[in-house]
Write a protein that binds this ligand. Structure first.
Ligand code: C2E
Ligand code: MG
Ligand code: MG
Length: 546
């Protein structure tokens, strides 16, 4: 076939459903290809529209370059007829990886950026790998780009502007690539690119530089200037892979490595695999942990600072891993949030904490005074069903709503979405108490304290641990206590470890707290025993006090 302008084979009947495109093209008789060959893309559209052809195969690089435009043509979208592009390689062998790119119908496209989504991209990648297997001279590089801090942009600007920004980013990246290269949006803030004909690391780095530069200039969304950056992981085909997913995973591993080093990009090397596998294994294990019953709650007493008497407990999550032992929430909660697993895990925490308090209440009337505090994740308070789940947990455990306190952080309030505000108000209506955890470390504006029904401020441990050494911390604690008193809110000091800190807090008018000085987070039976001991002591000491 000679190449004089865009060329297209129009396919009818059974052949239109052929799977193997290479075979299909080579099976076309000389006659057939001449009759069906078209140079005029308008005529191709007309043939598809009229049903004369059921499918079109583009055979020329020039025409392939026109495809992105064509895909945006509303006529093409309404056709929903797969159009396949088989760009002719120098040796006349069609490049089947281009095929999937142009065969996109609407549901394969990411509606925000118009780029292919994960599914079609994996098919393109697989086609490129299949080609590389048959043709050892064919090489390509796979790039995975993850935007930095995009979640924060989304949370502060709102999703609509976030989407606008993504569309701008996609257009800018596309503009820095050659038409032969494929780009897709894989997930929220992740883009992936196939760079054709690149076999060496330094060539791939050059492209990466170009993309990085493209992101370096500010974006203007709704008249706001936004600066963004990203980290890029590179995997080179070089005959190493036969399947798309492992190659993408290696590019992802390299991307994470780049991110952790604060580098623009990293090329995948096999040594990176072990660490990546470790993280992957942790994620897989976490997915199973709930069904295997590997989570437990520990209870840290929240005490009256003058008497040491526990008034309630903060429920703190632990993962009893069969091999790793006890895993701290600092290790697995970020992962659980990233994967969305925090939502079912958090649901379990609420249920289990209520169930435990219900059991204590049934065993001892004195436990009726105790409350239990549960930490919520930012993902949970966005869930519409949260209030109903809490109501259900209270109902089945028999715990009154006033004995459950939910701890949220300031950054959650800054999400400021309507769902969040509605959920918090529904919880308040139930009669559940709300506490602001780690107070003083976030960025909440004081107006939040009015808008959101918060009854308790928890002073972050960082201020408490410095209270006896550093004037600033003392001032901050003093200010928080005064603020809370003025607003009619309770204050709980976190992380009290020494008697000096305790004395200071009492001097500043803080009456409630928790910390290792009183007790670490305890197993349920130890926690309740400690409560009983403290009560007995109080009874014994009572006459003396009176
Ligand atoms: P947090 O809610 O601020 O919990 C207090 C943390 O301080 C706990 O760490 C507790 O063990 C620790 N702590 C208490 N007293 C002292 C002290 O005197 N000295 C020191 N150095 N530390 C003290 P933990 O249990 O490791 O939990 C860490 C964080 O993980 C929690 O901070 C909370 O943000 C999160 N977390 C724990 N359980 C859950 C949960 O069920 N759901 C969610 N979403 N997050 C949880
Ligand atoms: Mg807490
Ligand atoms: Mg805290």
């Amino acid at each position: 076939m000679t190449s004089a302008g865009p060329k297209c084979v129009l396919v009818k009947g059974d052949r239109a459903r052929a799977k193997d495109l290479k075979e299909l093209v080579s099976s076309l008789s000389e006659d057939e290809s001449t009759t069906l060959l078209q140079h005029d893309m308008e005529a191709v559209m007309a043939a598809l529209e009229s049903g004369e052809a059921e499918r079109a195969i583009v055979l020329d690089a020039g025409a392939v370059a026109q495809l992105p435009e064509l895909l945006d043509d509303p006529r093409f979208r309404s056709l929903r007829v797969p159009m396949l592009a088989l760009e002719n390689g120098a040796d006349g062998v069609p490049a089947p990886e281009r095929a999937a790119a142009a065969s996109l119908v609407d549901e394969d496209k990411d509606p925000v950026t118009g780029l292919p989504s994960r599914g079609p991209f994996l098919r393109m990648l697989q086609a490129a790998l299949d080609r590389a297997e048959n043709d050892t001279s064919y090489r390509f590089a796979l790039l995975l780009l993850d935007l930095d801090r995009f979640k924060m942009v989304n949370e502060s600007l709102g999703h609509e502007l976030g989407d606008e920004l993504l569309a701008e980013i996609a257009a800018r990246l596309r503009g820095r690539l050659r038409s032969r290269d494929a780009i897709a949006r894989l997930s929220g803030d992740e883009f992936s690119v196939i760079i054709e004909g690149v076999g060496e690391a330094d060539e791939a780095m050059n492209v990466t530089e170009r993309l990085h530069e493209a992101l370096g200039e500010p974006f203007v969304v709704s008249r706001q200037e936004i600066f963004t950056a990203g980290s890029i992981g590179i995997a080179l085909s070089q005959g190493r892979y036969s399947r798309a997913e492992p190659m993408l995973r290696d590019a992802e591993t390299a991307m994470y490595r780049a991110k952790s080093r604060g580098a623009v990009c990293e090329v995948f090397a096999p040594e990176m695999r072990s660490r990546a596998f470790e993280a992957l294994r942790l994620e897989t294990d976490l997915r199973h942990a709930l069904e295997r019953g590997e989570f437990v709650l520990r209870y840290q007493p929240i005490v009256n600072l003058r008497t040491g008497q526990p008034l309630g407990f903060e429920a703190l999550l632990r993962w009893e891993h069969p091999i790793r032992g006890t895993v701290s929430p600092a290790t697995f909660i970020p992962l659980a949030e990233e994967t969305g697993l925090i939502v079912p895990i958090g649901r379990w925490v609420v249920e289990e904490a209520c169930r435990q308090l219900g059991q204590w209440r049934r065993g001892d009337p004195a436990a009726h005074e105790l409350f239990v505090a549960v930490n919520l994740s930012r993902l949970q308070i966005r869930e519409i069903g949260l209030a109903a789940e809490v109501e259900q947990a209270l109902g089945s455990s028999g715990v009154p709503a006033s004995k459950l306190k939910l701890e949220i952080t300031e950054s959650m309030l800054m999400q400021d979405s309507e769902e969040t505000a509605a959920t918090l108000h529904r919880l308040r209506e139930l009669g559940v108490g709300m506490s602001l955890d780690d107070f003083g470390t976030g960025y909440s504006s004081l107006s939040c304290l009015h808008r959101i029904p918060i009854e308790t401020l928890k002073i972050d441990r960082s201020f408490v641990s410095n209270i006896d050494q550093d004037r600033d911390s003392t001032e901050i604690v003093d200010t928080i206590v005064t603020l809370a008193n003025r607003l009619g809110k309770r204050v709980i000091a976190e992380g009290i470890e020494t008697t000096e800190q305790l004395d200071h807090l009492i001097d500043l008018g803080c009456w409630l707290g928790q910390g290792f000085l009183f007790a670490a987070p305890l197993a349920p039976e130890e926690a309740i025993r400690l409560g009983e001991r403290a009560r007995r002591r109080e009874l014994e000491e009572a006459p003396a006090v009176l």
